[in-house]
Write a protein of this length. Sequence first.
Lengths: 277, 138
Amino acid sequence: MTPLLFTLIVASTSYLAGLLGSLVGVGGGIIVVPILTLFLGVDIQHAIAASIISVIATSSGAASSYVRSHVANLRLAMVLEIATAAGALSGAFLAILISPRWLFVLFGSVLIYTAWSMSKRKDSVNITLPPDPLADRLRLHGSFYDPATRSEVSYRVTRTKLGFAVSYIAGIVSGLLGVGGGIIKVPVMNLAMGISIKACTATSNFMIGVTAATSAAVYFMRGEVQPFIAAPVAIGVLLGAKTGARIMGHLKNDLIRWIFVVVLILTSIQMLAKGLR
Amino acid sequence: MKAPQSPTGSIYDIESVISNLLWWGVLASLLLIGIGTLLCFVHSNDYGVHGGNTSDLQALIRPEAVMSFTLAGFFHGLVSGQGQSLIISGLILLIATPVLRVAISVVTFAVEKDWAFVVITSIVLLLLVFSFFLGKIG
């Protein structure tokens, strides 16, 4: 295979990864890293570094409109971002201490968790929300205008400290494995912190870019971002995600989601196998 | 159907402008990366001549392939139209975009006199800036 062919293959598969990812609500990184490492013979450190770059692109590309329309909760994002960014730094540093084998195992585990999380029914759970003086003091509660229902949606934020702790873990996963980490944060924000689901995904989308930039800086200065690999990944994933967002309304999401769950499980088995062999 | 106006009008207008800057930053960086990649293949032959061959590919993706980044080499590469340097400039811009976004938030919170959040956002900014230096050491 020549570098030219490699670049074209990586760009097109990254495009598909971004497209599929945005349809089911995950980042392209979850798909890109296995493809690069399992099928294209790329070293996992380079794959993770390239993936984290694409995460910045996708997040920044989408987040602008979320922040502008206030669906993303900027204040909450900044508070949690202290934890996520610290986690990302921790993760990026752990990455050189952990041997590549274990990165495969960890990645496979995160894929299983993602498959499980996606297969659960997303019911709106009516939970009693305990009061949170910290959220009150920092005025984290939010509201936004939902064009779908043409009404103002208000929500109160609770269990901020739990959100903080989970954000730190999500940050580690992001910095260590080159993924967004939203799949860990969003369920907690929605189910435990009482935040309306659209605000969760929008806020998470915005946060992910900042988190990824933190670990990307570390990878970049360490020289692990290979332009040859990162360039087609970044462009492909962003274009795919943008396309996915556009066609999202026209497709039946459930079938795609189940196909994705199956693919995730198969991929995670392969990643685990590669790490544990 | 337009969304209702936000109470503190002018601050949120600034936020609108900033949000657009985020998007333009991403677009600009991707253009640099795209053009840089093109140059690599057709001009500066960073990836081997005429699309390269199999051993060129192996050299590019082997685990030990570390992108040695020196400012001098980078600027020299930019001036001579070396594709990789252009890609690297795009990557730097891409990583810097969220950093700039957070920095601007520090200012907007200061304008709103929301000192708790000036502190909170500054901590995030510090972590981001720190990551560049920690990366140098690590």
